[in-house]
Ligand binder design. Sequence first.
Ligand SMILES: [Zn+2]
Ligand SMILES: [Zn+2]
Length: 125
Amino acid sequence: MTNGNDITNDEMREQLVEKMRAEEKQRQSGYRELALKLFPHVCGRCGREFEGKKLKELTVHHRDHNHDYNPQDGRNWELLCIYCHDHEHTRSIQNQRSTEATSQNNQPSLVHSPFAQLQSKLKVD
Ligand SMILES: [Zn+2]
Ligand SMILES: [Zn+2]
């Protein structure tokens, strides 16, 4: 039996990301309701409309990527469908990587990155 201790680092990382995604979903549920009241139910990128069951696919994106900055007038929020939202974050990580490559000592703060917490968690564990 090879069950047990053969979890690779990659798998651990994946599990951590999954866990953080789930936590973020929970956190989102509070301001999501409000954002859905404030804005039309349309994705800010692809322009698709979401109603009924489909509304689940519409998520709240933070314009400055700081998920703790939630002004109640919605100025930091943008409604994006899960696909465009994913794309938005993938793109910003890629941007960050290329910035890091060019200026390693002078990299921008990771505070606004949704993955900043992940980084510190990985260090702690
Ligand atoms: Zn979209
Ligand atoms: Zn986002």
